[in-house]
Design a protein around this ligand. Structure first.
Ligand code: NDP
Length: 296
């Protein structure tokens, strides 16, 4: 039986509409417009594309967007001073520093200088700790998007066996924490895991966040499992550049119960969750009602 395709593009559009509706209500009831500041240092072409997309989506949701583009040679002191000003600015509810930063800048120091309440990427050490201890945190956007899609598709996740392949700080680890928070039995696999195929075959929920094109194949998947493919890999196929995930779509879709495609799966959810986090941060900062269904 062919797997159901989980349409991340359509789901992200629903999340964005829900954010926009909440923003409109906020403006009407309290006169407050949420604001997101995005900081880009240098001219990495991929980062410029992401920053443009984030700014456009922020405006489309009815929020204010503040873009700070700094030259590649910006000093750490100048960058930290800008973050200090954004931390103090009540019009700014979310601050995102686009990664990677140029090598002379200490990313950990920069991220940990952001006010945790405005850390809409959820990378600040305080938010990592809050998530790890089951407290209210700002949650990293990509894993939050995956969780929303899983809840939407499966309902309660309690008691399910979940396997997350990848243990990065931005995807794998927070994804595992979120699944644990929803009472899954969680295994985290990585490059040193023995017999990865056998580990993956135990999963009712399989999340691939590896960065290796089409590494997860159908024979590694339990029949009926829900497969979330976080990977974004550019490869050449038949002389053309194509985008593929970490999951081999054809062989996996023949076995799984449901699967996210690449493109059009997890990717669109990441920006939608950034918007969701910004409106959540604004609500918390101003003592207003938090949007429903947009947080972990
Ligand atoms: P990282 O490179 O930081 O982490 C990759 C993880 O995969 C590591 O934990 C690594 O293990 C593990 N790994 C590598 N090779 C193997 C293997 N052969 N078997 C099992 N595990 C392995 O990547 P990210 O987490 O940042 O990103 C993962 C993927 O998700 C990438 O394709 C990235 O482009 C994509 N991505 C997509 C986003 C979206 O919006 N859709 C957002 C962020 C990322 P070890 O720790 O042992 O080295």
């Amino acid at each position: 039986m062919a797997a159901t395709i989980i349409d991340g593009k359509a789901f992200a559009a629903r999340v964005r509409a829900s954010v926009a509706a909440h923003v409109a209500r906020m403006k009407e009831e309290s006169g407050i417009t949420p604001g997101l500041a995005v900081v880009l240092v240098g001219q990495d072409p991929a980062s410029e594309v992401y920053v443009r997309a984030k700014g456009k989506a922020t405006l489309e949701a009815g929020m204010n967007s503040y873009e700070h583009k700094l030259p590649a040679e910006t000093s750490e002191a100048d960058l930290l001073a800008l973050i200090g000003r954004l931390n103090a600015d009540p019009a700014v509810n979310g601050i995102l520093v686009q990664l990677p930063l140029p090598k002379h800048l200490n990313s950990d120091l920069v991220i940990n200088t952001i006010d945790p309440a405005k850390d809409v990427d959820g990378f600040h050490i305080s938010n990592v700790g809050l998530l790890g201890t089951g407290q209210k945190a700002m949650v990293p956007c990509t894993p939050l998007g995956c969780l929303m899609m899983l809840r939407d598709h499966l309902g309660s996740l309690a008691g399910m066996d979940a396997v997350v392949v990848g243990r990065s700080n931005i995807v794998g680890k927070p994804m595992a924490q979120l699944l644990l928070g929803d009472s899954c039995t969680v295994t985290i696999a990585h490059s040193r895991t023995k017999d990865l195929a056998a580990v993956c075959r135990r999963a009712d929920i399989l999340v691939a966040a590896v960065g290796r094109p089409e590494m997860i194949t159908g024979e590694m998947v339990k029949p009926g499992a829900t497969v979330i493919d976080v990977g974004i890999n550019r490869i050449e196929r038949d002389g053309k550049q194509v985008l593929v995930g970490d999951v081999d779509f054809a062989s996996t879709a023949a076995v799984a119960g449901a699967i996210t495609p690449v493109p059009g799966g997890v990717g669109p959810m990441t920006i939608a969750c950034l918007l969701a986090n910004t409106v959540t941060a604004c609500a918390r900062a101003n003592g207003l009602a938090e949007p429903e269904g947009l947080t972990a």
